[in-house]
Structures are given as C-alpha cells and as structure tokens.
Ligand binder design. Structure first.
Ligand SMILES: Nc1nc2c(ncn2[C@@H]2O[C@H](COP(=O)(O)O[C@H]3[C@@H](O)[C@H](n4cnc5c(=O)[nH]c(N)nc54)O[C@@H]3COP(=O)(O)O)[C@@H](O)[C@H]2O)c(=O)[nH]1
Length: 525
C-alpha cells in the first residue's frame, strides 16, 4: 500500500513506545510490590510483637500470682512454716524459680536458703517492678527476671526463669529478631543479656501498652522485605510482569492500528478528505462536453493530493470503497443539483463502482438518492464497473442490475480490452457502454502491429453494438485517428484533465452544448 505510514506505524517508534509502556507498568508494579511486601512485612512484625507481648505477660502474670499469694506474710518471722509457703509457690506456679521477702532494701527470707540477709538494690528495678539479670550466684550465666510486688516498704521479689521468655523471642522472631528490654538491659533470643541501647540497623518497632515495665522491640532492616517477596506478594509478582507485557503488546497493536493506512483512510473518510475530481466527456463528432467522470482524490492535510492508485486498492480490499463512493456521489449531487439548470437534460455523471458495492441492494438506494437530487432537471447516471475486483453474477447482482436499469442507470465496462472478464460481463450483465482502455489509445501511431490491435478492439466493441467511449486521448493525432471509427464519446487530457468540481463548473458549464445527445441504451447485438 503506497500510502505513507505515519510515525505511529514506524516499527522502531512503535517498539520504543510499547517498550516504554511495558517498562512503566513494570516500574509501577515494582513499587506496588515493594509497598505491598513492606506493608505485609511490617504488619506481620507488629502481629508477632503482640503475640510475644501476650506470652511475656502470661509469664509475668505467674510471677505476680506467686508474689500476691505471699505478700501478706512479708514482715512475718522467716521460720520453717513461712519458708515452706514460699517454696510451695515455687513448686506450683509455672516459671517461678525463687520467692523472696524483703523489708526496705533487705531480703530477709528466701525460698531457697530460708532466713538470710541480702541487700535489695531498688535502683536496678525498672519502675520498681522488674529487673533483668544475666544470672545470679545460684545459676550464673543463666538469665533471670526479678519481679517485685510491694506494699509500702515491704516487698516480695519473685525470680522468673528466662528460658521460657527466650523461647518466645526465638519462636516469634521468624523474619526479624525480637528483643525484650527491661530498664537498660535487654534479652535476646539466645538468652544473652546485654546492657545499653540495642544497635541493630533498621526501623525499630516497639510493643505498646505493656502492663509491666518492659518493652519488646524488633528492627525492620531497609529492603529486608524483598527476601520474602514471594510470601507477601506472590500474586503481584505473577500479575505485574504479565500486565507489563500485555500493556506493551496492546500498545504495539494500537499504534499499529492508529497509524495503519486503513486507519488513516477511515479517519480521512470521517473528515471528508475524499473529494471528487471531474473529467469532461465529449461527443465523438463535435467534441462538445456531454458529461463528466467523477474520479476520487484524497486531499490529505499533510501530504497533499493523493492519487487514487495509491489508496483505491486498499479501499476495495477493506470494503471502505463503498462509503467512499457514497460520499463522492453525495458531494457531486450536493454541488450540481442546485446548478442543474445550467446542465443539458441528460447530462451524465459517471462513477467508478467496485465489486464490493454490488453485493447488496445498497447501491440501488445510493443511485436513487443521487437521481432524486436532480428530480426537476434529470441527469443520466452511469456506473463504470472495473475489473480490479471480479463481480460474481448471482441472484443479488442480477436483481440489482435489473432494478438499476429500471431506474434508468446505465452500466459501462471500464478499461475494456485489458482483462478476461470484460466479455463475460457483457454476457452476464446488461451492459450499456464500453470504455476502451487508454493503453490501446496510447498505441495509436506507434507501429503497425499496435494499430492493428487498436482497430480490432474497437471493431469488437462496435460489433457488440454498445455505446463506445475511448479514454486516454492526449493528442490531436489520436483524436483524428479515432474520428474514422465514429465513436460515440471521447475522454482524455486533450479535452480536459480531471479537476475540482468548482473549476469544472467554471470552465465547462457555460460552454456545454444544450442540444447534445446523451448516450442511451442501444438495442443489444
Ligand atoms: N472504485 C473507484 N475507482 C476510482 C475512483 N476514482 C478513480 N478510480 C480509479 O483509480 C484509477 C486511477 O484514476 P485516476 O488517477 O483518476 O486516473 C484517471 C484519469 O485521470 C486518467 N486519464 C484520463 N484521461 C487521461 C489521459 O488522456 N491520459 C492519461 N495518461 N490518463 C488519463 O485515467 C483514469 C481514468 O480512470 P477510468 O476512466 O476509471 O479508467 C483508475 O483506474 C480509476 O478507475 C473511484 O471513485 N472509485
């Protein structure tokens, strides 16, 4: 298709834009996946913190329960009975390792050693309640939490084994490690106790609203979530690359459609860029103008005037030729109907008709509409059938041509002599005229053999007893040569080139011979 491809249709441009669209979707996808994963990751970290907090609370609740049970005895003498009570708590309450009674800063009674005097450093206790120790003299190197319940200067100090707490941190620290912080000490999932700030890179997330004086923290390292991408964003990981490729392919196809010659033609049709040029048809004996052939031109806003050879074949293939021809007929009738009085009665307008226009009765309606526009000053309508696409004779074409004849429309075979179907058209359809192809006329005066061919084609046409039009006459010599054959009509640059309707009207309407005889139906041979 010789119609220029637009920029959208250039393969490199299309590929580039499609790639950009694909990449844009992938980049958006990348950020969406990152956001989704990070959100999932953070949410899950908070969930784990809450779970850990609940478990730690349960453990500390045990310490509180044991302490509450013996708080009433603080101040009593540390005899065997009291020590027994303390040991009972160690025995029955889970996680409790020791229970000690203190007055002021002196521990005076313990479940382990009975009566003794040991100092209690209250400054070690966070909010006077909890102390995290790396170990004690009985179990050095084994972390321990002291829970203190007090009433005035009397207090119960319960030693809680850290083993269970360490397990909680370990089990719930799946993607990020958890740390239990009491005062300035913190316990990790290995049971290690450290002092000072926790120096782990990443965003720190803390437990909130803990009922005891501790905090559980975790650290979300930047980009750590990417390692768990399949866990949090599996669907997005599958969907976004697919969407990216799909968007790229769709863009490729859309750009292809947008810039394709057919798309350009469709848009040209909507924008009324197809216009008729008219070429005069003259009588064979006196060269008076008797009609005009409408020839389509594409008035392209950027490229300029595009000749029909470059777009008619695609228009025919795609079926677009039908609305294009309809538009041509409408433009001609709109322009000439108001000027019809300047035309001789029976002035004829011919249009090229493609096979696709003959597949239903729509053509009949188009012709009716055309002729109706000239109701008060009738013109003759001629349809020129080309051989570019074959018209298959069938029930519809038979009925169509019969109805067209009834309407007074004449049928002509265009480019007669060039194809095989010309003669079968003459046989199958009721043809009224033949247009001898310009390639034969161009042979006139070249050599003896060519002259012989021209004579024979004209002779064949005459024997068929149809109106004969010779087209493509460019020189006086050709016109003179044809005069001897007494042809009905002539057409060619010698008489006039195809020109816009306004120019045709300006040049020809006043010179048209009002008494000229239009061609009519001859009796069939
Ligand atoms: N289905 C449709 N086909 C159409 C329509 N409009 C045109 N066409 C077909 O396109 C082909 C080229 O047409 P165009 O470039 O307009 O050429 C026509 C004349 O300009 C040209 N011509 C006329 N006189 C001379 C001449 O003396 N010398 C010379 N070298 N060329 C000349 O010939 C073409 C006439 O076409 P046609 O009578 O139809 O054979 C052409 O095949 C058209 O059919 C359309 O609306 N629909």
């Amino acid at each position: 298709m010789p119609v220029n491809y637009s920029r959208f249709h250039q393969p490199f441009f299309r590929f580039f834009i499609s790639l950009i669209v694909c990449l844009l979707v992938l980049i958006v996808g990348f950020y969406a996946i990152s956001w989704q994963t990070a959100e999932g990751f953070n949410h899950e970290a908070r969930q784990r913190l809450m779970l850990a907090q609940r478990q730690v609370n349960l453990t500390l609740d045990n310490g509180k329960r044991a302490a509450s049970s013996v708080l009433a005895y603080v101040g009593d003498e540390c005899d065997d009975a009291l020590v027994q009570k303390l040991r009972q708590q160690v025995a029955v309450v889970p996680n409790v390792r020791t229970v000690n009674l203190a007055k002021g800063d002196n521990i005076y009674c313990t479940s382990l050693f009975g009566a003794r005097n040991a100092s209690l450093d209250l400054s070690d206790y966070s909010q006077g309640q909890l102390d995290l120790m790396p170990g004690n003299p009985v179990t050095p190197g084994h972390a321990l939490i002291a829970y203190r319940l007090f009433k005035g200067d009397k207090s119960v100090v319960v030693g809680i084994d850290s083993y269970f707490l360490q397990n909680i941190l370990d089990l719930l620290g799946t993607h990020t490690r958890l740390y239990l912080k009491i005062g300035s000490s913190w316990l990790d999932d290995q049971g290690e106790v450290s002092e000072g700030e926790i120096t782990v890179p990443g965003l720190k997330v803390d437990s909130i609203n803990t009922p005891y004086a501790y905090q559980i923290s975790t650290f979300i390292a930047p980009h750590a979530h990417w390692r768990f991408i399949l866990e949090y964003s599996l669907v997005s990981v599958i969907i976004f690359p697919f969407l990216g490729v799909l968007a790229g392919i769709t863009t490729w196809l859309l750009l292809g459609r947008m810039g394709s010659p057919l798309a350009q033609m469709k848009s040209a049709l909507l924008n009324h860029q197809f216009i008729p040029y008219l070429q005069p048809l003259v009588e064979g004996d006196n060269y008076a103008v008797i009609g005009a052939e409408a020839l389509m031109r594409w008035q392209h806003p950027k490229v300029g005037m595009i000749p029909p050879d470059q777009f008619i074949p695609l228009a025919e293939q795609s079926g677009l030729i039908v609305p294009m021809t309809q538009m041509m007929m409408k433009q001609v009738s709109n322009y000439f109907a108001p000027r019809a009085s300047q035309l001789p009665i029976g002035f004829h307008f011919s249009f090229n008709i493609s096979a696709s226009h003959c597949t239903d009765m729509g053509l009949l309606e188009d012709c009716k509409a055309f002729l109706a526009a000239f109701f008060d000053h009738p013109v003759l309508l001629v349809l020129e059938l080309t051989e570019r696409e074959l018209i298959c004779p069938n029930e519809i074409t038979t009925r169509l041509f019969r109805e067209l004849h009834k309407l007074g429309v004449l049928l002509a075979i265009d480019d007669f002599g060039t194809g095989h179907s010309s003669l079968s058209y003459v046989q199958q359809f009721e043809i009224d005229a033949l247009k001898i192809d310009q390639s034969f006329i161009a042979k006139i005066g070249t050599d003896a053999l060519s002259a012989h061919i021209v004579d024979n084609v004209i002779d064949l046409a005459k024997r068929l007893n149809l109106n004969i039009v010779a087209e493509g006459i460019e020189t006086r010599k050709q016109a003179e040569y044809l005069r001897a054959f007494k042809l009905d009509y002539l057409q060619g640059y010698l008489f006039g080139r195809p020109q816009p309707m306004s120019e045709f009207a300006k040049q020809w309407l006043n010179q048209i011979n009002p008494t000229a005889i239009p061609y009519s139906r001859k009796p069939r041979a």
